[in-house]
Design a protein around this ligand. Structure first.
Ligand code: FRU
Length: 491
C-alpha cells in the first residue's frame, strides 16, 4: 500500500482499516518488535475488542498480521501486555520458551485477567484452559495488566488498574497470582478512572542510581482536558511502590504529566528489549476519548505515537522523565530543507521552508533581551496558506510556556473539544530553548527542552494546504538555528 488517503500518517503506525485504540502486548522477541492493539475489525468505532497485530524490526516499518485474539465466552479482549517466558516458568512451553499475553477478559458485568500463549513467534495463540487467572466479581473497573519479570525477587509482577488505584500482584509462573499492595489512593490526579499502568526501572543519567517509574493513565481530567497520562518516580521492592516526595512547590502526592497535548494515551513500554540495547521504549495511542470515535479519517481510525526512548534525569533535586523519538527515526532522514540561523527582530515574518511531510524541524532559540520590549513571544506556524490560518506553536519566553494551537484550522470543527490550545511549562535557561517538531500528516509531536516536556496533538490539515513553516515574533529579538529534514515514509 502507499496510503494516499488524507491525514494518513507516514511515520506513525495505523491499521489498514477500522477502529484502533490502545497499544497492547508490546514485546521484543527473536528479532521482532510486536505491537498488538485494541481493534474492532468490523467498524470504524469502538466495539467488541480484539487484539490486532503487527511486527517490526526497526520500530517504524510495520508488517500487518492477522488478528491475534478474538472475544470468547469470557468476553471481549481488553488491554494488556506480553512477556517472553524464557525459562518456562508457566510450564506451557515444554521446557523451551515462548510468548505469553496477559489481558483483561471484559464482559458487561465483569473484568477479569486471562492469559494466552504462543509457541510460534506470536503467529498463533492458544488461550489458557484455566482462564481467568485472576477472577473478579466485585470490582467494576479492574483491568489492563502489565507484567514484567522482577529479577531481585525472581517473580513475575503485575500492575493492574482498579478504579482509581493501581493493584500490584506477583506470581512464580504467570498462572497463580497473589495480591501484594495498592498504590495511588492519595497520589496523583483523580479526575477519572485509572487505566493502563506501567512500571519499570531506569538508571538516572549521571548518577546511575536506579529508580522506578510508574505510568498511569487517567480517563478524564488530564492536563489538556479529557484522557492523558501521569507518572510517578519512586522505589519498588517487588511488593510495594513508594513515591519520591517532590522537593519544592508541589505536595508529596503530585504526579507529573507524561505529555501536555491532547493526544497521548494508554502508554505502554516494550518488554524484553535485550540488555545490550538497554533502551526503555514506549508508545501511546494518539487520540483522546473526548472525540476519538469521531475523528474524520477513513477507512481507518487512530494512529500510534512514535516509539519514544525514555530516560530519567535528576535536576535541582527532582527526577524528570525525558522522552525522545527513537534514533531509528533519524536513520530515515532524506532531504535537509533548511539549515541556517535566522534573526527575527520585531516585525519580520519569514517563510523558512515548504517541505514535504513528514519532516522533523529542530529549532534552537535564543531570546536576546531587547530594550524596552523585553522578552517576547516567538511563533512557528505550520500548514499556513494564503486563506488559512494553519496551526501555531508559540514560545512565550516571559511566561516560560510553549503553546500549540490547532483551533483555527478549518477541519478542527468536527467536535467541540477538538479545537484546543494546549500548553506546556518550561524553565527557560537564560532565554534559550530547544524544540523538536515531528510533523506527519495528521499529527505534530513536540519535544521541548531536550524532551523534558512533550506535547502531542492530532491535526487535520486540508489536502490543499501548503506546508509552509513561518516564523515570526512579537516584543522580542530571537535568534533561531533552524535545521529541518524530511523523513522517508514507512509505508
Ligand atoms: C483505555 C481503555 C482500557 C481498556 C480499553 C478498552 O483506553 O479504556 O482501560 O482496556 O481501553 O478498549
Amino acid at each position: 500500500t502507499t496510503y494516499q488517503e488524507p491525514y494518513r500518517p507516514h511515520l506513525h503506525f495505523t491499521p489498514e482499516e477500522k477502529w484502533m485504540n490502545d497499544p497492547n502486548g508490546m514485546v521484543f522477541y527473536e528479532g521482532e518488535y510486536h505491537l498488538f492493539y485494541q481493534f474492532h475489525p468490523d467498524s470504524m468505532q469502538w466495539g467488541p475488542m480484539h487484539w490486532g497485530h503487527a511486527v517490526s524490526r526497526d520500530l517504524l516499518e510495520w508488517e500487518h498480521l492477522p488478528v491475534a485474539l478474538e472475544p470468547d465466552e469470557l468476553g471481549m479482549i481488553f488491554s494488556g501486555s506480553a512477556v517472553v517466558d524464557w525459562h518456562d516458568t508457566s510450564g506451557l512451553f515444554g521446557g523451551g520458551h515462548g510468548l505469553v499475553a496477559i489481558y483483561t477478559s471484559a464482559s458487561e458485568n465483569t473484568q477479569q485477567q486471562s492469559i494466552a500463549y504462543s509457541t510460534d513467534r506470536g503467529r498463533t495463540w492458544v488461550k489458557y484452559a484455566g482462564n481467568p487467572v485472576i477472577p473478579n466479581t466485585e470490582l467494576k473497573d479492574f483491568r489492563d495488566p502489565k507484567v514484567f519479570w522482577h529479577h531481585e525477587t525472581s517473580r513475575w509482577v503485575m500492575v493492574l488498574a482498579a478504579g482509581q488505584e493501581i493493584m500490584i500482584y506477583s506470581s512464580p509462573n504467570l498462572l497463580n497470582w497473589t495480591y501484594e499492595s495498592s498504590f495511588g489512593k492519595c497520589e496523583g490526579a483523580h479526575g477519572g478512572v485509572w487505566e493502563c499502568p506501567d512500571l519499570f526501572a531506569l538508571e538516572v543519567e549521571a548518577t546511575k542510581e536506579v529508580k522506578w517509574v510508574m505510568q498511569v493513565d487517567i480517563g478524564d481530567g488530564a492536563v489538556a482536558g479529557g484522557s492523558g497520562g501521569q507518572y510517578f518516580v519512586g522505589d519498588f521492592d517487588g511488593r510495594t511502590f513508594v513515591t519520591e516526595p517532590k522537593v519544592t512547590g508541589t505536595s508529596d502526592c503530585d504526579a507529573a504529566w507524561v505529555d501536555y497535548g491532547k493526544d497521548f494515551y494508554a502508554t505502554q513500554s516494550f518488554s524484553d528489549i535485550p540488555a545490550k540495547d538497554g533502551r526503555r521504549i514506549w508508545m501511546a495511542w494518539m487520540s483522546n476519548w473526548q472525540y476519538a470515535n469521531d475523528v474524520p479519517t477513513s477507512p481507518w481510525r487512530s494512529a500510534m505515537s512514535l516509539p519514544r526512548e525514555v530516560s530519567l534525569v535528576q535536576e535541582r533535586g527532582a527526577y524528570e522523565l525525558i522522552q525522545k523519538p527513537v534514533s531509528e527515526l533519524f536513520d530515515r532522514s532524506e532531504n535537509i530543507f533548511v539549515d541556517r540561523t535566522i534573526s527575527i527582530g520585531e516585525d519580520i515574518t519569514s517563510i523558512i521552508a515548504q517541505p514535504d511531510v513528514p519532516f522533523v524541524l529542530d529549532l534552537k532559540m535564543k531570546n536576546v533581551d531587547g530594550d524596552e520590549s523585553g522578552r517576547g513571544k516567538m511563533f512557528v506556524t505550520l500548514f499556513q496558506s494564503d486563506s488559512k490560518k494553519g496551526c501555531t506553536v508559540t514560545v512565550d519566553f516571559e511566561q516560560g510556556e510553549v503553546a500549540f494551537d490547532r483551533a483555527g484550522m478549518k477541519n478542527s470543527k468536527f467536535h467541540k473539544q477538538f479545537p484546543a490550545v494546549t500548553t506546556a511549562p518550561f524553565s527557560a535557561k537564560a532565554g534559550a530553548l530547544d524544540l523538536q517538531l515531528v510533523v506527519d500528516r495528521g499529527s505534530v509531536e513536540i519535544f521541548i527542552d531536550g524532551g523534558r516536556r512533550t506535547m502531542t496533538n492530532l491535526i487535520l490539515p486540508e489536502q490543499a494546504e501548503s506546508y509552509a513553516i513561518v516564523v515570526s515574533e512579537s516584543g522580542g529579538k530571537t535568534e533561531v538555528d533552524c535545521f529541518g529534514r524530511t523523513i522517508k515514509s514507512v509505508w
